[in-house]
Each structure stands twice: as structure tokens, then as C-alpha cells.
Design a protein. Sequence first.
Length: 154
Amino acid sequence: MKKIVLLLALLGLLQADEETARVVYDLTTSNMAKFEKNILKGIAVNKAHYEGNLKELEVAVVIHGGAYRFFVKDIQKSMFNTNLKLVEAYPELKKRIASMADTYEVEFLMCKASMSKNHLEAKDVVKFVKIIPNSTIGLIDKQNEGYAYIPVKD
């Protein structure tokens, strides 16, 4: 009897894993419209699709290239403060990004290797972003965990 219960439990775990889709976004764009379309709106639409089909969607975003600008604590104190359109939109944009981490459980991973080139330290980055050694490691790890790869480039 115990073997049957164990077998059913294992089958349930395997089936639950099949009900979860995974995606990793390779985010390098500095384009605010593209970021909003592919990340802020796109992830919400994709999450809704999977939930509507009684499945989960796990999302990770690896941040590097021009995308650092979307994840700073204080845009005014960053090297991105000359982009007036970004500075104006940033308070609302920052709230929306935080909501993605909180509401949709999006995992944001930032490449440490190029942070200094963007004049950033860990203290300058929003708290929900995890710093990883480099973007390649993050992308390799996520793809080896079964995440589908989607680039979001300029």
C-alpha cells in the first residue's frame, strides 16, 4: 500500500512539473518602448495565458547591456540621468517593474561583470534584483533548468 501511495505522489509531482512553463528573457535593450512591450506588458499577457490554461509560467530576466538603466534605485544619481524621457517616466516605470517582481514573481538577475562600466554598485540597484557573476552564467543556468530563451535586444 505504501508503494502505491509513493508512486501516486511521484506521478503527481511529475505532472505538476509538466504544468509549469519556464522562460528566461535575455534583456539588453535600452529602448524604453521595447522594454515596456516585451517585459512589462509581454510577461503579464504570457502569465495570464498560462494561468488561463491552468498552468504556471516561471519567468526570469537576465539584465545586461543597455538594460541596466531600468533597474537603478535613483535615476537622478545615475549615468542615465541625461535621458529626459526616461527620467520623466522612471517613477511610474520603477513601480511597474517592482510589481512584476512582487505580483508575477519575476526573477530579475543582473550581470555584475559590466556594472562598473555603467557606474553601478549593488547599493545602486533596486532591492529585488539579484546580482549574478555575469549574464552568460545566468543564461546557461536558466536554460539548463529548462527555461526557454527569448532575447529582448535593440
